[in-house]
Design a protein around this ligand. Structure first.
Ligand code: FES
Length: 284
């Protein structure tokens, strides 16, 4: 589960710097975001203060919520994470390629995922070659925790039909009928394993209900599906939804639980949050 706890050696310095910087700024952001922004203008490719939508952090040392990935479903029922057409803009006096759009009054940008070393991943560059936006099952499927995944193939695209029983699905952790999950990869075709972007997808009636009250969720969570970048905002472990018995000790048996240091995120309590996104390396 913690196999990608740390980015590759070459990324480590940037990662550590980012964690320290983000932690130092997080306390400031709540009281003075405007004052901070002039000191954190993008200096490389993207980065800076981001408002984003997240799975709210319920418990533990994680500084903030898990970033959401808006979902689109194509005509054949395949799920993809929204990756707006890249465009070049001028920011901080230099040209930067960005992938962003407005949804229901929220400025969505793929810079939401620039933390924990992900900002250096090949596929997370807005105009990365050879990457589409479809979610795919990982090569190694977690069939012991999610037995239903025995029905699918690693690297296969994810389809709505595979979640038809989402209202009845359950496993040995937590309650039945609260949400059917899958782990997935995104923008990670033909990249080194350590550059795989991990995603958690859940289809749930709770998402359908929340979307009735929230225009953002109505636009980004079609047919009751919700997706999050599955990188803990504490020290970058990959958390799990209904994957570990011990989650119950933290009232997290039906939530996203990170067993590295017991952070808990509620995938069905989705709210705006703020953080300082790290810049992508220059020229990428
Ligand atoms: S990495 Fe520390 S709680 Fe997730």
């Amino acid at each position: 589960m913690a196999d990608d706890k740390y980015p590759t050696d070459s990324d480590r310095r940037r990662f550590v710097k980012g964690v320290v910087g983000g932690a130092a700024l997080s306390g400031v952001l709540t009281v003075g975001a405007a004052a901070v922004s002039s000191a954190t203008d993008p200096t490389e490719a993207g980065g800076g203060i981001m408002e984003y939508r997240s799975a709210v952090r319920d418990l533990g040392p994680a500084p903030r919520g898990l970033p959401q990935i808006p979902i689109e479903i194509d005509d054949d029922g395949y799920l993809q994470g929204l990756w707006p057409e890249p465009e070049t803009v001028t920011a901080g006096g230099q040209e930067v390629v960005v992938s962003e759009t407005e949804i229901a009054g929220t400025e969505y940008t793929t810079e939401w995922y620039q933390y924990c070393g992900v900002q250096t991943f090949e596929g997370i560059a807005p105009d990365a070659d050879g990457q589409d936006a479809y979610f795919r099952y990982p090569e190694a499927l977690p069939t012991s925790e999610y037995p239903w995944m025995e029905e699918v193939e690693g690297r296969e695209q994810i389809n709505v039909e595979q979640f038809a029983d989402y209202e009845q699905w359950g496993n040995e952790v937590g309650d039945t009928g609260v949400g059917k999950p899958a782990v997935a990869t995104w923008r990670s075709q033909d990249v080194p394993p350590e550059e795989t972007v991990p995603v958690i997808i859940i289809r749930s009636t709770q998402v359908e209900e929340a979307a009735q009250e929230d225009e953002w969720l109505a636009e980004t969570c079609p047919q009751g599906f919700i997706a999050y970048l599955n990188k803990c905002t504490h020290f970058c472990c990959v958390p799990g939804y209904k994957r570990l018995d011990e989650a119950a000790e933290y009232n997290a048996e039906n939530k996203i639980y990170c067993n590295c240091h017991q952070s808990v995120y509620d995938p069905f309590n989705n709210e705006p949050d703020t953080f300082v996104s790290l810049p992508r390396p220059e020229g990428e």
